[in-house]
Ligand binder design. Structure first.
Ligand SMILES: CC(C)(COP(=O)(O)OP(=O)(O)OC[C@H]1O[C@@H](n2cnc3c(N)ncnc32)[C@H](O)[C@@H]1OP(=O)(O)O)[C@@H](O)C(=O)NCCC(=O)NCCS
Length: 219
């Protein structure tokens, strides 16, 4: 008879499409003894996020058997940060956990903080650093020496050249390109498909090729 697994049970918080991506990556990784989901929306309770991944009410999480891991799977950066703070206060027995899909390529010298999601076909280069709760979405490239601050989102297919810095809670849009050594500011948004040729200031939304400020766009 085999010994019971000492791997944690993973709670994926956020029962939407992004939660499905996180739960799937967690199942593929084999790093957890099981995966459950939760959400604040009562309509999701009792449903399944994926086959075998039930969605529980937040009140039910405290009764789950230890050890527990927690991953906040909400695409909106400020909301993800806020939920992580709130859940960690209410569920101190759960460790904020990073999920790495087995088909991601992560350099052995990369430094990854807790709560990140690194999905399939991503590349994280040598000496790259990811802060807490960063999302590196399908097929994105975070090249050598990049520094991505907490709660930022590198969207599917985005490419960051070497030593790019991305500020806290910034969104680097799907399929965009950031040339090496540039800085994407805190809470900034780079639109889908943009090519960034100069630094993008804090709190601004830029888009296009080459990227320019979007008048009146929401960052
Ligand atoms: C740039 C962005 C934030 C703007 O969103 P918004 O504030 O809602 O702006 P709107 O959709 O009202 O568009 C405003 C203007 O910008 C243009 N625009 C919007 N997104 C653009 C983009 N990615 N590239 C070029 N132009 C863009 C619109 O055509 C519009 O132009 P107009 O005023 O001449 O009609 C958004 O379109 C975007 O690209 N977000 C990134 C999405 C993404 O990659 N998410 C990750 C999913 S996993």
């Amino acid at each position: 008879m085999s010994a019971p697994s000492d791997k944690p049970l993973l709670i994926v918080f956020g029962a939407g499409g992004h939660g499905r991506v996180a739960a799937d990556a967690a199942l593929c990784s084999g790093a957890f003894r099981g995966v459950v989901a939760s959400d604040r929306n009562p309509a999701a309770w009792g449903t399944a996020l994926l086959p075998g991944v039930p969605v529980l009410a937040p009140e039910a999480l405290a009764d789950l058997p230890a050890p527990l891991a927690l991953h906040v799977a909400i695409g909106n950066n400020p909301v993800r940060r806020q939920e992580a703070d709130q859940l960690r206060a209410g569920l101190p027995q759960a460790t904020l956990s990073t999920i790495v899909h087995p088909h991601a390529s992560v350099a052995v010298t990369a430094r990854i903080a807790p709560g990140c999601l690194i999905t399939a076909q991503c590349v994280i280069g040598p000496l790259a650093e990811l802060g807490a709760g960063v999302i590196v979405n399908h097929g994105a490239v975070v090249d050598h020496d990049c520094r991505i601050a907490a709660w930022a989102h590198i969207a599917p297919g985005a490419k960051l050249g070497g030593a790019v810095r991305v500020g806290e809670a910034a969104l680097v849009g799907a399929g965009s390109t950031v040339l090496r050594n540039l800085h994407v500011g805190r809470n900034a948004t780079l639109g889908a498909g943009a090519v960034l040729l100069q630094d993008l200031p804090d709190d601004q939304a830029w888009a296009g090729v080459p990227a320019r400020p979007l008048q009146g766009a929401s960052a």
